[in-house]
Design a protein. Structure first.
Length: 403
């Protein structure tokens, strides 16, 4: 009796310790790669290993990308006789642990997909009723990130379902970033911080600038429909808890300039930067975009403040994000397909963030402007900013006060 009481106390302590550790994870938006956008369920161990190699060889690891996440389709159709999840033996003949070890040996982290329902969206076994058993298996395999989806959940309570898996992960004893993939249906921004580290805010992304494709009871959306639908959620984001605008489509079919806008906007909006393209075959221009360290630094800024739209007209949107050290990131996005001649007076509509009460300070004589994609200084804010921006492209600047 006394022994089991002691054991209970020890378990309770360990769960509390893991909960504390979880609070210190994902203090900047997670960065990595996910298999779904390009490969769907057509995944296997070579793909994982080649992607891990590409992370290192192409400099993506140095640029900050860290997690390699296997999405839906990694499992066999049935659990085993002990109800454990089984990796598909054809796709993963060596099992999951061996590819996790490979990814870890490259200094990277590994993520896996599951679902809160009875089945995943692609029809593989879901975690419902097996949460503690599955979490224990993930910990044994050395998983660092769990994306937890929302298909086939009937009418279960979303907050409760994510809480159950969160507690199962705590009990399993391994620090795991918990990615809530509930598509925004139950306003996860209102409870997600308590349950996990990031939460999807929409249904699935698709690789276009502004299209919306209906699929009966849900729609997939291009980058601007996602941004416009969820731009008002900025107060919910911050270190350790992020609005997830979905895996990126950079390199998957939009133009290079649209891809630059995509990365810039995901960075400004502090979304996790999860690549969704084939890293083994991408163009040099795509690589140049995704590993632009200046742009990534905007996403990874320690304050973790999500950007807002400062000014908007049919052809031009200006988005601003307060950064540490009184710096700012400012994006001028050309929304039209024609080249735009920009002439902008910084002090006509002074930047003044209602949420954080930060503003462009008049007390500084001016701010220097650094063009983050071109990697060059382009002058000071005491004069009008004059620039040409190509159609569907962005001028992304960092402003630093001249003290
Ligand atoms: C849902 C998710 C996607 C992907 C698929 C897998 O649609 O939103 O990101 O994980 O399921 O089936």
């Amino acid at each position: 009796m006394r022994k089991s009481f002691l054991l209970l106390i020890m378990i309770a302590f360990s769960i509390c310790a893991n909960a504390q550790k979880a609070k210190k994870m994902a203090l900047t938006p997670p960065m990595g790669w996910n298999s779904w956008n390009t490969f769907g369920t057509d995944i296997n161990e070579q793909l994982v290993m080649q992607t891990a190699d590409a992370f290192v060889e192409l400099g993506l690891k140095d640029a900050g990308y860290e997690y390699i996440v296997l999405d839906d389709g990694w499992m066999a159709k049935e659990r085993d006789e002990n109800n454990n999840l089984v990796p598909d033996p054809k796709k993963f003949p060596g099992g999951i642990k061996s590819i996790v070890d490979y990814v870890h040996s490259k200094g990277l982290k590994f993520g896996l997909y599951e679902c809160a329902g009875n089945q995943t969206c692609a029809g593989y076994p879901g975690s419902r009723g097996f949460e503690y058993q599955d979490a224990k298996l993930y910990a044994e395999w050395g998983i660092d990130f769990l994306k937890y989806d929302w298909c086939n959940t009937e009418n279960i309570n979303a907050k409760g379902a994510y809480q159950t898996m969160r507690d199962a992960l705590y009990a399993a004893g391994r620090p795991i970033v918990f990615s809530i993939c509930e598509w925004g249906d139950n306003e996860p921004w209102k409870w997600g911080e308590e349950m996990g580290h990031l939460w999807r805010v929409t249904g699935d992304i698709t690789n276009c600038w502004d299209c919306e494709v209906g699929h009966g009871n849900w729609s997939s959306r291009g980058i601007w429909p996602i941004i416009n639908l969820r731009k008002d959620l900025r107060k919910y984001a911050g270190p350790g808890h992020w609005n997830d605008l979905d895996m990126m489509e950079v390199g998957n079919g939009m133009t290079d300039s649209e891809d630059r806008v995509h990365l810039a906007m995901w960075s400004l909006l502090t979304s996790p930067l999860i690549l969704g393209n084939d890293l083994r075959t991408m163009s040099g221009e795509t690589l140049k975009t995704i590993e632009n360290k200046n742009v990534i630094a905007v996403n990874q800024d320690v304050l973790g403040i999500q950007a807002y739209c400062h000014l908007k007209s049919p052809d031009l949107e200006i988005w601003v994000k307060p950064l540490a050290n009184e710096e700012w990131a400012v994006a001028f996005v050309n929304m039209s397909k024609e080249e735009l001649q920009l002439s902008y007076d910084w002090w006509k509509h002074p930047i003044n963030d209602q949420l954080t009460h930060k503003q462009l300070e008049k007390k500084y004589k001016s701010y220097s402007m650094y063009d983050l994609y071109a990697s060059k200084n382009i002058g000071l804010t005491n004069k009008n900013l004059e620039s040409k921006i190509k159609g569907h492209d962005v001028l992304l600047l960092k402003l630093s006060p001249q003290k």
